[in-house]
Design a protein around this ligand. Structure first.
Ligand code: NAP
Ligand code: 3JM
Length: 350
């Protein structure tokens, strides 16, 4: 339980990272009632200073003693750090909202998307999990349709930006893009491939390429990212009967993930009905005007809080099918914003 206070002591685990930076920006934007802020990262960032509101704060090295006096931990320093350090945060009496996959599928850990299952946030033992970025934007769009017509099956193909893999990977793409020029003049010589030394973070070149692998491969030939989407979606919708299959692809986009989603529903939903439902759904913006060539794109979603849905059309190959195109800023709704919305739920109830 979060103890009621006028202002809360907040620790950010992974404050120097891509998600950490968004935590600081969004806490400020939403005027979250922060008393003390504690910025935690690795030894590498010791002594670094980061700005929050009007002041700058020194980054401290994460340790088991980092949580004394802290009310809320916003955690995004990777799954192994969450596994190692969040039990100490629980012992210190803090409530942690964890962005990693470490605890998401644990029975006593709520997995929360405030537009879908806000009531589950209150039933925790000190750790609340924030879903994977691709799961969050999918369920924000699918939940209102599921409530109306029950989704029997969903086929999700993702187009995930490099910011979803952290700052080092974004920088690698930038360097690779800079290394390639005069492609059209030299296309026969294949000069849009970069030198091997520019490929360290991703398994293959990401600039001007697509990589159909995110996270590691599992025994069933799916990647861990794909199975996160399947299992987390079912847990959040509290419905294991929904059949879901996913293909997750890294694309050379800096910010915002896109998803092509095909659903089969139990009862018929026309494209117009789906559009109307989504127009009235929290956190969703419908951008869907084919005649004017209006549809969601990652460049337009960058820096925004909503989940954008377009290209809504009936799947003519089956009786009750729909296709959707869903785009959202993965560092905001897909990570930091969703976690801060969860913190806001806790504050409201304290
Ligand atoms: P990132 O840009 O690479 O940042 C990683 C952060 O973790 C940095 O602050 C880093 O500190 C810190 N860190 C790494 N090793 C540490 C250690 N041993 N002790 C303390 N701090 C350590 O990655 P990111 O994109 O922000 O993602 C961070 C995590 O958030 C991911 O691993 C994932 O679990 C989760 N997440 C990310 C997204 C997303 O869309 N990016 C979405 C959902 C969840 P230094 O700067 O000192 O190395
Ligand atoms: C997004 O340290 C790690 O293994 C983190 C890998 C990671 C994750 C994860 O598994 O927590 C990178 C980017 C995620 C996520 O949201 O699941």
């Amino acid at each position: 339980m979060l103890k009621k206070r006028d202002r809360y002591n907040v620790a950010i685990m992974g404050a120097t990272g891509a998600v950490g930076g968004q935590f600081l920006a969004i806490l400020d934007e939403r005027e979250f009632p922060v008393n003390e802020i504690r910025l935690l990262a690795s030894e590498k960032s010791k002594g670094k200073r980061l700005k929050f509101r009007e002041n700058d704060y020194e980054v401290e090295v994460l340790s088991h003693n980092s949580f004394k006096g802290i009310d809320i931990v916003l955690s995004s320093a990777g799954a192994s750090r969450s596994l190692e350090f969040l039990p100490s945060a629980v012992k210190a009496g803090a409530v942690s909202i964890d962005n990693s996959s470490a605890f998401r599928m644990e029975k006593d850990v709520p997995l929360v998307v405030p537009e879908v299952n806000p009531h589950t946030a209150y039933n925790h033992n000190g750790i609340i999990a924030n879903p994977n970025c691709s799961t969050i934007q999918a369920v924000v769009a699918l939940w209102p349709l599921h409530k109306k017509a029950r989704i029997k099956r969903a086929v999700v193909s993702t187009y995930q930006s490099t910011s979803g893999a952290g700052q080092k990977k974004m920088l690698e793409m930038e360097k690779q893009v800079e290394a390639v020029n005069k492609v059209v003049d030299n296309w026969l010589s294949g000069s849009h491939s970069v030198d091997k030394f520019l490929i360290k973070e991703f398994p293959y070149q990401i600039a001007f390429n697509l990589i159909p692998q995110i996270d590691v491969f599992l025994d069933n030939a799916y990647t861990k990212e794909e199975m996160k989407l399947v299992n987390e979606t079912r847990k959040i919708m509290a419905d294991d009967s929904v059949a879901i299959t996913a293909t997750c692809v890294r694309v050379p986009v800096f910010f915002a993930h896109s998803e092509s989603i095909n659903i089969e529903t139990e009862t018929k939903l026309t494209a117009d009905e789906a559009r109307k439902i989504l127009l009235n759904s929290p956190g969703v913006v419908v951008v869907d005007d084919p005649k004017a060539a209006k549809y969601p794109m990652p460049l337009d979603a960058e820096g925004k809080n909503e989940v954008f849905v377009g290209r809504i059309r009936e799947d003519e190959s089956i009786e009750n099918g729909l296709n959707l195109w869903v785009v959202s800023d993965n560092l905001r709704k897909g990570a930091a914003l969703n976690a801060i919305q969860i913190a806001e739920l806790l504050v409201k109830q304290a």
